[in-house]
Every structure is written in structure tokens, then in C-alpha cells.
Design a protein around this ligand. Sequence first.
Ligand SMILES: NC(=O)c1ccc[n+]([C@@H]2O[C@H](COP(=O)([O-])OP(=O)(O)OC[C@H]3O[C@@H](n4cnc5c(N)ncnc54)[C@H](OP(=O)(O)O)[C@@H]3O)[C@@H](O)[C@H]2O)c1
Length: 258
Amino acid sequence: MQKVMQCGNLKIPALGLGTYKLTGRVGEQAIAEAIGLGYRHIDTAAFYDNEAEVGTAIKNAGIAKAEVFLTTKVWPSSFTKKLFVPGVQESLRKLKVNAVDLLLLHWPADEETNKLALGLLLECYEKQYAKHVGVSNFNLAQCGAALQFAPISCNQVEYNPHKCLADLAGYLQQQNMVLTAYSPLARGAVLNEPLIQQLAAQYNRTGSQIVLRWLLQQKNVAAIPKASTGKHCMENMQVFDFELADEDMRQIFSLCKP
Ligand SMILES: NC(=O)c1ccc[n+]([C@@H]2O[C@H](COP(=O)([O-])OP(=O)(O)OC[C@H]3O[C@@H](n4cnc5c(N)ncnc54)[C@H](OP(=O)(O)O)[C@@H]3O)[C@@H](O)[C@H]2O)c1
């Protein structure tokens, strides 16, 4: 079962597959397996050099392209008039789609360059290359500034029990924007926390399920764990049939490092 979130006019499956480092034939197979298991939200980026693999996996999955929520991102070296739009066209060609669901600026640059990039992002939106636009790795101030120039509906940031970003999360909620949590498992580091292991035993779940549940139980938060095995993909999906008690949610927040 999957949860689909609605924030403003953005409708997004709460759990997606992160694909950084899923490249080549092996990467394509891992992505195809995840789609086969029911993943309908895939996160890629021009920088990951795997948009072609993502496109092929979706094409071969035997499902309508429209069923998969697809995010890609533009790397800052393309934040120029000459490179931005052709770069996005190239991403679409590799992904084998006419439009992505969500197009993000991958990292902020300086203020002037951000402004230029947001204008170009808007141009892609108006050309219907993207159904929604957003940013990634923008702090609160950068996010506020970005909202003056483009109708961004998402900020993708590192967010996990070690990195809670309370102010930014609160701000995004207030703006009714999605916070997409990248590195939701802190690349595995949070799974070693005694509290996570204790809660896993208590709820009869795995550590990754506890952490993902903690994320997805928060308002407007989506998560995109990367998993390269069917076992991990399957495990990470099974987080919609239980709930963490408020006290346990609070305890996990206390793991946050300053
Ligand atoms: N916007 C950005 O700047 C940015 C930056 C970083 C990442 N991202 C996105 O976020 C995605 C996820 O982040 P991430 O790859 O950095 O870290 P992550 O998802 O927190 O961790 C991935 C690691 O956790 C392991 N794992 C996954 N499921 C598991 C499970 N059920 N049990 C035990 N281990 C498990 C994976 O192993 P296996 O591979 O062996 O399954 C992999 O080693 C990326 O792939 C990318 O799409 C975006």
C-alpha cells in the first residue's frame, strides 16, 4: 500500500526510490525491480548519470508512464541561459517522457544565479517540461527568496533522525510545500542507534521501517530511500500499516544532532 500526499496542487506518492549510484545494467535492473514491487515515485538527477536507465526501466515495466511520479534535477553548472533549457530537454529525452512531474534546482548558487535559474525553471514549467517545480538543498532564507520568483512546491533536503531541520520543516509546512527527505536513513547510520533498534524490537519491525515511518508520519514529508536490493525495497515499502506513538515520535526527534 502507498500513501499519496496532496500539498497544494502537488500530488506525490509519499515514498519514492532514490537512485543515486544506481547506474548501468545493474542499476536499471534494481529500478525495474522496485517498480515491479510497486514503487511509483522515482528520484533521479542529471548529475546521477542514470536518467537513461530510469527511462528504460519505466518503459519496460509495462505500466503507463503517467503512473510513475518522476523527479529530476538540474545541476548548478547548468544554471545559465545557454545550458539550462537544453539540459532539461536532454533529461527528458533520456527519461523518454515529454514532461517530468517535478523539476528541481539541485543545489543553490549565489543569489543572482539562483534568480536566473528560477526564471529558467519557470520557463521549463511554462513550456510544460515539468508539471511542478521546486528546489533542493535550499535553506530557509533561500527558500523564502525563491518563492518570490517561482511557484516552487517542494524542497528536497537531507532529513533524518540525525538531521531534523525543525525551522525549515515548519516553514515548508506553513507554505504547504513538500519536504522530500533525502538520505532518510542517513546512509544507514541511523540504523545503529540503540533507540531505533529498541523501537524496532518493540514494534516488531526493522530499523529502516521505524525511521521511514517516523518521516512519513510527519505532515508534508516524503522520503526517497535508496535501496539496491529487492529485499530492502520491499522492507522500505511496508511502512503504511502501523503507526508510531506520539511519545516514540518525540524520542526519535531527540536523536537530532545540532
Ligand atoms: N538532492 C540531493 O542533493 C541529494 C543528495 C543525496 C541523495 N539524494 C537522493 O536521496 C536518495 C537516498 O539518499 P542516500 O542514497 O544518500 O541515502 P539513504 O537512502 O539514507 O541510504 C541508502 C543506504 O541505505 C541502505 N538501505 C536501504 N534500505 C535499507 C534497509 N531496509 N535496511 C538496511 N539498509 C538499507 C542502502 O543499501 P542497499 O543499496 O544495499 O540497498 C544504502 O546503502 C539518493 O539515492 C538520491 O536519490 C539527493
